[in-house]
Every structure is written in C-alpha cells, then in structure tokens.
Design a protein around this ligand. Structure first.
Ligand SMILES: *Cc1c(COP(=O)(O)O)cnc(C)c1O
Length: 382
C-alpha cells in the first residue's frame, strides 16, 4: 500500500474539518437545506436563508464585524478583485491612485495591473528584508489622488505580519480607504474590526478548514463599491448569484470553530514551529528566511544552501511542501515574494515553504527532520 505524503502545505489549502463537512452535507439533498435562499415564497427558502444568515453571523463574529458588512464571494481571489476594482471604479471621481506592494498575492497584483490598463495609477511599495511595509514608506507614497491602499495582513510565503493598526491609521489620516487581504491571518491572529482602521477585508474558507470555492469580503458600512457580477441583486447588489448554501454554511462553521478553539490552535502551531525551528537550526547550511518574531505561527520558509529546491522536493517525496517559484516552460522563475524582499535569485531558488496546521503532529515534524538529516548529506555530496 502506498501511504499518503505527510502534508506540510497548509498555507496552500487545508483539508475540510469533518465537523464542517457534516454541516455542508446537510445542505445538498432533498431531505436537507437544499432550497434557494432567495426563495421568499415558501418555508424551504426561508430555512435556507436562515442557514446562510447564521453563517454570516459566524463569519462576522470571528472578526467582530456587523453581519451586514459581509459579502459572500467565490473565494479571496474574487474578494480581492471586488475590493480593488469595485472600489476604484466607484470612487474614480475622487481620485485614481491606488497604493499596494510588490509582495501581495497575485489576486491583488494582477488586479492592480489590470486597473492600470483602465487608466488608474498604481504605486507598488517595496517591503523591508522581512517583508514588512514601513509606515514611512506608505506615508511617502500617498498622494492627493490616492483613494485606496491595499496591503496584506500576513504574507502567504513568508508569513510576515504587517502592522495593520499603524498602517490603517496613516491611510485614515489621509482620507483614503484601506483594504486588507487577511487570508493567512485569519485563525492565527486576533482580528477585531471594531478597533482596526480597516475598510475592506478579504477572507477565504479553504485555508482554515472550510471548503474551497467560498470566501467573503468585509465592506465597512459607508464604503461604496461597484459590483463586478451583475444579476439578481443578491448581497445588496454587490455580488449577484444564487448563494451556495452548502459552501456558505461550511465557511460559517469553519470560522466558528476557529473562534472557539483560537488559543488552543495557536498554541498547537507555536509548539510545532518551535520544534521544527529547533531541529532545522541544528542542520548545517540551513537558513530560516522569515522573521519568527513577527510571523504567523504556521509558516516556516527555509533556505538550503547549495541545493536547488526542486531537487530537494523530489527527494522529499513522502512529504508535501511547496516553493513559491513558478515554472514557465523552460525556465524556473524564483518566488517573486522572496526576490521582492531582496533575496538573490539563487537563494530564492534554494528555498522551501513548510506550513502546518490542525492535523500536524509532533511525530510528523520528527519524521521530516529525520528525513532531512538522512538525505541532505547525500544530495550535497553526490
Ligand atoms: C490563498 C490566498 C488567496 C486566494 O484565495 P482563494 O480563495 O484561493 O481565491 C488570496 N490571498 C492570499 C494571501 C492567499 O494566501
């Protein structure tokens, strides 16, 4: 029998929690909550609507927002598109300048580039060597026509946390709106939108044990965005389309579990990280690329001196990890996030992201470290 690789790619996606899967399954078949939540003419529709609204409350409770500020989307890619394009188009009379950074998720960077072709202006900020955006750097980029700033709460490759409170204050003082991609921060950092100066925030279910294909955009009361998808006027006109009851209840349950088990979960991740870092630091030629002090607890980005990461991934076939690099036919491009924080192309191509989560055990970390001890000398001196 072939056993499954040990999963160290939680930052790419997580398995669905069985408790979430149970709730989702109840929304599919004839006996379940299958009706259209927009059907107002019968009880089955009302029950489906109730299920959707309950999930909306569960999502808003984790981030301390009003349920009316949550707009369902197909994921964070759509939420980022809606936030940037929807806001810039709706507010183009006030200004056409957007500020973001070079190490955002592609869903932000590519949306910003698409906006440039529509005549909007974009400034891409450069982070420091750990991936943080400095408040001064942001201040200097703001212009009279800046209407929106979009920065991530935590980076998906290196886990670096931005000071959202401080950056948001600067944006607010300037009178612009602040969008935050919080995908990698949710369930790892405590987010309180009653306190944070954030106007829009992107979320997704599948990175915290919910299903793929569902996410949400928090849109603070008073913020105006244009819809990207037109139709029946669902989600108060911001995002039309029949609501995916099973996906939505799954996301609600995942967010509710994240809230309930927050401390336990973070402790678990911190213990795993400590164990992994302790083991890695004993191995020669290993360099930790991220700043463990200001980083989400489930991501460790590691450079292996003199070893190309693709070769190492092949040798570590009993484990599932990723590099941030992208293959373009003949060439391999290093991760734009790692080169974006000033790393050389060579070092970036020697780096691997280990990310772990709810179902990772101490034993998994031990197995990984043992395997590294075994294969690194072989690969280096072959
Ligand atoms: C995964 C991810 C996204 C994209 O989310 P999807 O729901 O898969 O579209 C956006 N931003 C960050 C930081 C991510 O890690």
């Amino acid at each position: 029998m072939c056993s499954q690789p040990i999963y160290f790619d939680y930052a790419a996606t997580t398995p669905v929690d069985p408790r979430v899967a149970t709730i989702m399954a109840q929304c599919l078949t004839q006996e379940g909550t299958f009706a259209n939540p927009a059907s107002r003419s019968h009880m089955l529709g009302w029950i489906a609507e109730q299920a959707v609204e309950r999930a909306r409350s569960q999502v808003s409770e984790l981030i301390n927002a009003d349920p009316r500020e949550i707009v369902w989307t197909s994921g964070a890619t759509e939420a980022n598109n809606l936030a940037l394009t929807g806001f810039m188009r709706a507010n183009c009379k006030r200004g056409r300048h957007l500020v973001t950074s070079t190490i955002e998720h592609k869903a932000v960077i590519d949306t910003a580039l698409a906006l440039e072709t529509e005549g909007f202006k974009v400034t891409f900020l450069t982070p420091d060597s750990y991936g943080r955006i400095s408040p001064n750097c942001l201040k200097e980029a703001l212009r009279d026509d800046t209407v929106l700033v979009s920065l991530m709460a935590a980076n998906n490759e290196i886990g670096t946390i931005n000071d959202i409170q401080r950056l948001g204050e600067i944006v607010r003082e300037h009178g612009a709106a602040f969008h935050v991609d919080a995908v990698q921060a949710i369930g790892k950092l405590w987010i309180d939108l009653e306190l944070l100066p954030v106007d829009m925030m992107s979320m997704t279910a599948h990175k915290i044990y919910g299903p793929k294909g569902i996410g949400a955009l928090f849109v603070r009361k008073g913020i105006h965005i244009e819809p990207l998808i037109h139709g029946g006027g669902h989600e108060r006109g911001m995002r039309s389309g029949t609501l995916a009851t099973h996906q939505i209840t799954g996301m609600g349950e995942a967010f509710s579990l994240a809230r309930k088990d927050f401390i336990k979960e973070v402790n678990h991740l911190e213990n795993l990280r400590e164990k992994l870092l302790f083991g890695l630091n004993r191995i020669k030629g290993v360099k930790i690329n991220n700043d463990p002090d200001k980083c989400v607890p489930n991501i460790v980005n590691v450079g292996f001196e003199g070893l190309d990461s693709e070769t190492l991934l092949m040798a570590l076939r009993d484990f599932a990890m990723s590099t941030g690099s992208a293959c373009n036919s003949a060439n391999i491009d290093p991760s734009y996030v790692l080169t974006g924080i000033g790393m050389s192309r060579k070092r970036a191509l020697e780096s691997i992201r280990f990310s772990f989560g709810r179902y990772t055990t101490d034993k998994d970390i031990d197995k990984l470290l043992t395997e590294l001890d075994k294969i690194l000398p072989k690969l280096r001196y072959e």
